[in-house]
Every structure is written in structure tokens, then in C-alpha cells.
Design a protein around this ligand. Structure first.
Ligand code: 6R9
Length: 648
């Protein structure tokens, strides 16, 4: 870790929304009197009926309840579109950059966005979607993904986006999980020059559907696709039947806006629920202040809308602020490793937000790919998804930012709706690898891992929790409030527990050290080891599997799977490939194990619990500190595993 410190330049500070003094004032005000503070800042969105109650929060385990602005009403789509029409109707809302650099980019103005979203809203209504219904969106990175989200918001339907890289099985589980009656997808879509057959995946996911789930299909590629016998509709045909008049539905601040499935340490992914008012205030405020967004700037977040980062920082935050947001269909390395920088130059991007894994991958391709392009419009660089190693930070700073652009390392989670710990670029000097200081209104605490006691000295090391609520916090797990409480409020009573380890240095800067639970972070994508394990054991030749993360140069963490075969099955390279393909098919390409180690036995306690701590150490090639193995039922399996690891 580096302790070099990088203050913003005087010029940057002079033009920034928030400088150091203002940050101190805002932060103090937000903590000393949250009611008054949020009564004021809640006004950054337009309310149909203004709220009179600001905050109503109980973090007590067994009684957890989180409400913000609870008696206000609003419409999120109207906030993201309609209210900008008068002042910036002809301004570009969305720049769409397609997968093929030779294909034309599209510029969609706020007026056009309004028309497209209203028409799509009417299509949804015609298909029977009503307020409170769930709609699954399984789309590539095309403008229709944003239209679909906003159309749901406009009519009060709850969207649940499933990343287009997920397999039919994973998609099916999510459709059932929230009992959706409509899926919005595309025929097929290019990504990095390769086609994904989305509609085919939907057909497979709905093969055993008993709910008559309808499917609305965007024509992206024009490829021939298979149609089910009924319930499938082309979007372009449905659009011909509707007009563009669709008044926004009046929603309560605490009505759900969306569900987004994310991985936890146990069981299947859970449906994180975000609501209308607090989420929008949070997405908009963090977007404006963390990136120091100014009117007219072009903002580019490279995430996929299938992840929370895409929800908050491609669609809701930027559009609520009347920004121009860039949406990119492709990947960083297609057609070559200069694509990100080519797009930055082409569209004169002012704020660029990506993940450490992409930075590391591009760093490995050399500086020529960056230096070919004019990146002088970039003012702020952001990262998200995992801790950024100082080498990657320095490269980002020097080679991409030419030492001129503050780097905002934003720590947050699907559950938090938006940034929690991040520098405000005009206010806080950065240290490579540290997410620095809390955002306004956020009260992080470091707890002793075992006792759960709050560490009150400035320097601290333990687990990261939050002492009080902020407007963007998730409200519940869809259909399972007990699971919500058990996951986040049980282990450390009175706090929201993030699942991350953390160190606070002498300057009060926070350094996130990674997950302390069985969640791994592969290329910035969150995955529960339990999910990969259950996919593996679903294979007929696998008796048992244990999955851990291990350090990976590009991905941050790789997936290391210990596999015990059924008696009579022999390990082979073929079987290894078969299992890799199996996991890809069960979950999706992002879950494919990087390393499979055949394990005749797994280290278990006498009560049968797999000792992952030991498996992690072996995967890390670190045998010196295996710790106490005396409680193992059969300590000799550890020697076997080490032997095998060394032989690889
Ligand atoms: C937004 C997002 C959340 C987990 C989180 C943590 C890790 C995210 C980070 C970071 C260190 C950062 N994480 N940002 N760790 N520094 N700047 O990524 O949401 O997919 O839910 O993942 O990602 O471990 O707990 P999500």
C-alpha cells in the first residue's frame, strides 16, 4: 500500500462543486441534523406531493425498517426525463456507441427519450403490465434497455434486470424468483464481435414455464430466431399500435422501483429491493458530487446495466441530473485495446468510470493504445467494483489522466444504491488504493471482527459497518425480510454490516481489504462460492465441491474449485473441460472456474463443515500459515491437497 498523497490541483478545486471546507460543512450538517439536512437535499428531485416525514429508520435486529421521505409521492421517469424538457429538450440525453466502431453512434435527445419511453410504457400497458407488476429485462447494452427501465418506472412496474451474460437457468431462476409475467429481450446481440442469442436463452428459460410469461423482443441483429407458439411480441410491431401520450404514475416514495439479484455468502442470489424516492436522491446526488458533474459534460460509466453500477450511473443518477450519459455496447478490447480511449476521444468524454479489472487488462497491453488518442477532455477518472492496486491506480493516473485528473475510487454495493466511501474530487486528496472518506451522510464504523465492538481510535482494522441509514440503502430482500435482517443486521447488532474488511489509517482514510465472507469478486463481479459449488455438484460425476477465490493478476480474484469425484470416476483433462462448460451453462461465462483441482477429500471439521480458510491458503500457495488443523476429521487430506497444488 502506498501512502503517497495526491491533492487536486488549484484549478480543479476552483471549479468544483465541493471543496475541502464545503465537504466538512456538508458532512457535519448531514450527521448533526440528518432530518434538516435531508429535508433540504430531498428537494433535488421533483415531488408530486412533497414529503413531510424525512427519515424513519430502525436498525434493531428483528425490527429492521428503513423509510425515507415516506409520505412523499413522485415519478422517477418524470424526474429523469419530463422535468428536463423545458430547459434541455434538445440536449443529448444518451449517446449510444455500438459494438462495431464502424457503425454509427446514436444521439438521443431528452425529447426523443421522452417519446420513446412513453411509447414503450404504452406497449407494456397493452401487454397487461400494471403498477407493482414485475418485469424482467434481459437486454444487451442498447438504448432500449434504458427505455425499458424508464418505462417500468413511468407506469410503476418493478424491473429486475438480468445481466445478458447469464445462462438460461440463471435467468429462469430470476424470472421465477420475482414472479415476473413479462420478459423484455432482444433477438441476438453483438458484444466484442460475437453474437449472444438472447431470445433463444429466454425460450430455454421459459421451457417449463407455467405462468404464461410474455416476451417482448427488440430487434437488434435481425437474425433468424425461434418464436414460441404464443406470448412473443416484436417491440417494433407493438410500437405501431400506441401513441406517445403516457402520463407518469404517481408513486409513493417507498414503493419498490427495482429488484436486482446479487450474490451472498449463502444460498441462491437474493433480490435486493430499492425504492423510488431515497434511491433517486442518492443516485443523483452521488453522481453529481463524486464525479463533479457539470451541465453539458459527457459522462461515461462503462458498466453493464445488468449490474447496479449501470442502474445508478448510466441511467438513474445521470438522467435525474439532466446529464449526457454514454452507453457502450462493446468491450474494452474490441477491436483492440484502444477502444475505450477511442470512444473517449470520439465523444469528448469528461468523466470516465470503469473497474480495476479493465484498467489492469488494458495496462498490460502497453501505453501506445492510450497515447494514440486525445484524452484532454477527461476531467475525472473513477473506479468501482473491487480494491484497486496501487500499480493500476498509478497507471490510470499517469498514462490515462496525465497526472491531471483526480481519481475517485468509489466503494459501494448493490445494497447501498450508490457511493458510500469515495473522495469528492475537489475536496479530498487521494491515496492510491484507498476509497478515502465517507460520502456526505454516511457514517462508517470499523468493528472488531470477533467482538463486534466499535473501534474508536482513528487507526483501526476490522470489519466495515454503517452506523445509520442513508437514503439510497436497500429496504428489503424481495419476498424475504427475515433474510434481509439475517444477512445484514444479525451478526453485528445495531449496524448494517457490509461483509467487507477494512482498515482506517492515521488520517482517517478507509482502505477496503475485501470480503470477509464467502463472496468472491471476479473481475468486479460478485459471486457467492455457494452458487458455483451447487452448480458443480449438480453434475452427475461430482460428489462434492468447494470453491474459493485466489489472487488473479487481471481479474483480481479467480475461481478456484476443489472437486471430489463420485467413486469410480477418473480425473481427466476432458472432464475438467466438461465441468468448466457445465458451470458456464449453469450460471454463465463469468462463473467458469479458472482452476479445478481434483480433491480426493476435503478438509472438514468433525461436524462436517468444510474449512475454507485452509482451502483459501492452499489456493493462494501459502502453506506456511495454515493455522490450526487439529480440529479436522482427517488432517491428512490437507497434505494431499498441498501435494496436488504444488504439482500443478
Ligand atoms: C458497486 C458494486 C460490492 C462489493 C463490495 C466490495 C467490492 C466495490 C469497491 C470494492 C474496494 C472499491 N467493492 N467497490 N472494494 N474498493 N472501490 O461493485 O456492487 O457488485 O454489489 O459489489 O464489491 O467487496 O462489498 P456489488
Amino acid at each position: 500500500m502506498s501512502d503517497k498523497i495526491y491533492p487536486p490541483s488549484k484549478e480543479f478545486v476552483a471549479g468544483a462543486h465541493v471543496d475541502a471546507d464545503r465537504y466538512e460543512d456538508l458532512y457535519a450538517a448531514s450527521i448533526n441534523d440528518p432530518e434538516a439536512f435531508w429535508a433540504e437535499h430531498g428537494k433535488r428531485v421533483d415531488w408530486m406531493k412533497p414529503f413531510t416525514k424525512v427519515k424513519n429508520v430502525d436498525f434493531t435486529f428483528g425490527n429492521v425498517s428503513i423509510k425515507w421521505f415516506e409520505d412523499g409521492t413522485l415519478n422517477v421517469a418524470a424526474n429523469c426525463i419530463d422535468r428536463h424538457l423545458e430547459t434541455r429538450g434538445d440536449q443529448t440525453a444518451i449517446i449510444w456507441e455500438p459494438d462495431e466502431p464502424g457503425d454509427a453512434a446514436r444521439h438521443i435527445t431528452y425529447r426523443e427519450l421522452h417519446e420513446n419511453v412513453c411509447k414503450m410504457s404504452n406497449v407494456l400497458k397493452n401487454l397487461g403490465v400494471k403498477k407493482g407488476d414485475r418485469v424482467v429485462i434481459y437486454l444487451p447494452m442498447i438504448p432500449e434497455a434504458a427505455y425499458a427501465m424508464l418505462a417500468c418506472a413511468r407506469i410503476g412496474a418493478i424491473h429486475s434486470i438480468v445481466f445478458a451474460g447469464f445462462s438460461p437457468d440463471a435467468l429462469g431462476a430470476r424470472i421465477n424468483g420475482c414472479d415476473a409475467r413479462l420478459v423484455i429481450t432482444a433477438d441476438s446481440a453483438p458484444r466484442g464481435g460475437r453474437m449472444t442469442k438472447l431470445k433463444d436463452n429466454v425460450n430455454q428459460a421459459l421451457l417449463h414455464d407455467v405462468n404464461d410469461v410474455k416476451c417482448l423482443v427488440v430487434q437488434r441483429s435481425g437474425d433468424q430466431i425461434a418464436w414460441r407458439s404464443e406470448g412473443d411480441y416484436w417491440l417494433h410491431e407493438e410500437l405501431e399500435k400506441v401513441d406517445s401520450d403516457c402520463p407518469p404514475e404517481e408513486m409513493n416514495a417507498e414503493d419498490p422501483l427495482f429488484i436486482l439479484y446479487t450474490s451472498g455468502s449463502t444460498g441462491q442470489p437474493k433480490g435486493v429491493v430499492h425504492t423510488q424516492g431515497g434511491y433517486l436522491v442518492w443516485a443523483a446526488m452521488t453522481h453529481e458530487l463524486t464525479f463533479d458533474y457539470h451541465r453539458g459534460d459527457v459522462f461515461w460509466c462503462t458498466a453493464d446495466v445488468g449490474w447496479v453500477t449501470g442502474h445508478s450511473y448510466i441511467v438513474y443518477g445521470p438522467l435525474a441530473n439532466g446529464a449526457t450519459t454514454l452507453m457502450f455496447e462493446g468491450v474494452p478490447t474490441y477491436p483492440d485495446a484502444g477502444r475505450f480511449w477511442a470512444v473517449c476521444e470520439k465523444h469528448k468524454v469528461n468523466q470516465f468510470y470503469t473497474a480495476p479489472t479493465a484498467i489492469r487488462a488494458l495496462m498490460g497491453q502497453g501505453n501506445d493504445f492510450v497515447e494514440k488518442y486525445d484524452l484532454s477532455d477527461i476531467k475525472v477518472l473513477g473506479t468501482v467494483g473491487e480494491p484497486i492496486n496501487p500499480e493500476a491506480w498509478n497507471w490510470y493516473n499517469e498514462v490515462v489522466g496525465k497526472g491531471n485528473c483526480p481519481i475517485v475510487d468509489t466503494f459501494w454495493q448493490t445494497e447501498t444504491g450508490g457511493h458510500l466511501i469515495t473522495p469528492l474530487p475537489g475536496a479530498i486528496a487521494t491515496k492510491p488504493g484507498s476509497a478515502t472518506k465517507p460520502f456526505i451522510g454516511v457514517q462508517p464504523v470499523v468493528l472488531e471482527t470477533e467482538s463486534g465492538k466499535e473501534i474508536t481510535t482513528t487507526e483501526a482494522s476490522g470489519v466495515l459497518a454503517l452506523k445509520d441509514s442513508w437514503p439510497g440503502q436497500m429496504r428489503t430482500v424481495w419476498g424475504d425480510h427475515d433474510r434481509f435482517q439475517a444477512t445484514y443486521f444479525q451478526q453485528y447488532k445495531g449496524y448494517y454490516f457490509t461483509g467487507d474488511g477494512c482498515r482506517r489509517d492515521a488520517d482517517g482514510y478507509y482502505w477496503i481489504t475485501g470480503r470477509v465472507d464467502d463472496v468472491i469478486n471476479v473481475s468486479g463481479h460478485r459471486m457467492g462460492t455457494a452458487e458455483v459449488e451447487s452448480a458443480l455438484v449438480a453434475h452427475s460425476k461430482v460428489a462434492e465441491a468447494a470453491v474459493v477465490g485466489y489472487p488473479h493478476d487481471i481479474k483480481g480474484q479467480g475461481i478456484y474449485a476443489y472437486v471430489t469425484l463420485m467413486t469410480g470416476e477418473e480425473p481427466s483433462d476432458e472432464l475438467r473441460k466438461e465441468l468448466e462448460a457445465w458451470v458456464r451453462a449453469e450460471i454463465g461465462p463469468i462463473a467458469k472456474p479458472d482452476l479445478i483441482q481434483w480433491a480426493p477429500g476435503l478438509p472438514k471439521t468433525r461436524s462436517g463443515k468444510i474449512m475454507r480458510r485452509i482451502l483459501r491458503k492452499i489456493a493462494e500457495n501459502d502453506y506456511g500459515s495454515l493455522g490450526d488443523t487439529s480440529t479436522l476429521a482427517d488432517p491428512s487430506v490437507v497434505d494431499d491437497l498441498i501435494e496436488n497444488r504444488r504439482n500443478r
